[in-house]
Design a protein around this ligand. Structure first.
Ligand code: VGL
Ligand code: ZN
Length: 204
């Protein structure tokens, strides 16, 4: 059984948002078309409390996109984004969400960031998604959304490690791209066992 996993298609990751992904909104019509082909649709929602530890503003003399050392390892620092209850944390207004059956919120613990739909950035704290998928006999995920080089990549790599078959819809993901990170992420996903597919292929 397969499911569509829609990662973080939220206002703050779209043009005009706090952590905008270039052309992030252009994938929305593609995702809406793809959604019609799936019986199970799962979304993730980046969902941070104010003063989250991943925000540069929470650290003295740090600017967005610099890194810091967290107890769990190196962490990129971000502009404040996807604050719980804010408009920036809402899904893009054109994204069809009525048929989503599960919304996984992540990054809600102040001390740990969470890119992946499966595990927080400490690589230990589970979101519960694996268990949900197993209970519903879902073994294959088609992944779309934002951002290719962070939340999509880590969701894909963790999902593969958890034993799921993972396809990444290459025209329905967009990245932030810090110093070539999108290209590097594709390599990492492919090396981990992800398969690339296009919207057109899935619709035909
Ligand atoms: C994301 C950075 C910080 C993402 C979320 O959705 O890729 N990136 N929070
Ligand atoms: Zn975030």
């Amino acid at each position: 059984m397969k499911a569509l996993l829609i990662v973080d298609v939220q206002n703050d990751f779209c043009p005009g948002g706090a952590l905008e992904v270039p052309n992030g909104d252009t994938i929305v019509p593609l995702i809406n078309k793809l959604s019609k082909q799936f019986d199970v649709i799962i979304q993730t929602q980046d969902w941070h409390p104010k003063e989250h530890s991943s925000f540069a503003s929470s650290h003295k003399s740090k600017a967005p996109f610099e890194t810091t050392e967290m107890p769990y390892g190196e962490q990129v620092l971000w502009p404040d984004h996807c604050i719980q209850g804010s408009e920036g944390a809402e899904f893009h207004p054109d994204l069809e969400t009525n048929h989503s059956q599960l919304i996984i919120r992540k990054g809600f613990r102040k001390e740990i960031d969470s890119y992946s739909a499966f595990y927080e950035n400490d690589d230990t704290t589970s979101t519960g998604l694996s268990g949900y998928l197993h209970e519903r006999n879902i073994d294959t995920l088609y992944t779309v959304g934002l951002a290719t080089d962070f939340c999509v990549k880590w969701s894909v790599i963790d999902g593969l490690e958890e034993g799921f078959d993972i396809f990444v819809v290459e025209d329905a993901v967009k990245g932030i791209d810090i110093e070539g990170s999108v290209e590097k992420s594709w390599q990492e996903m492919i090396d981990a066992g992800a398969q690339k597919v296009t919207t057109q292929k899935l619709l035909s």
